[in-house]
Ligand binder design. Sequence first.
Ligand SMILES: [Zn+2]
Length: 217
Amino acid sequence: MRPVDKGLFQGNQESYLTYGDAKDDLITALGCFCSYCERQGFRSALDVEHIQHKDNFPALAFEWSNFLLSCTNCNSIKGTKAVTDTLLPDRDNTYDVFMYLEGGFIQVKPDIDDDLKDKAQALINLVRLDRVPGRRGYLGKDTLWQNRKESWELANRYLQKYQNEGCDIEIIIDLALGYGFWSVWMQVFVDFPDVQKELINAFTGTQKKFFQQILNL
Ligand SMILES: [Zn+2]
């Protein structure tokens, strides 16, 4: 999951009159992507997401610090769940703890320490990021798994092109921005830090402090 830094964007307010007012600022800060599943959305398909649910934490209902962007699927699955003992993309390095398998399926890396593993799994469970047909939490007509798989396949096709023909990085970035699933593209191009560097820079609001090694290459 793409770690993000909302603090990089200076045009926001700390507090909003209605939380809907924050949507455009969030899109400017983070791009038009669901902060959890990373799918690319159009404006009306994304909701202002309250990290701590507004019913349970009314004092945080209008606070920038409590906002992310969410697609309607992730938002409805998360519901009013308590957000405790979980990693969060605006606070933690949510890139390093997950791995994406063939087809774009997500799972927690097996080789991280147990506490981190539990918190990463809690984040998957929070929005059921591993939802696929037949598994718990899957709702019919939810095309997340399919969209992620398509992005995985597209990224792999362009990886082949990149390796064989040296296709332009710009095309790869344009496709990644158009389809979303930043983490899938980062994983597929894991051996090509020059592509990863552009992915980190091109997706607005990516938390750069976790990627200094790549960015300094
Ligand atoms: Zn989502």
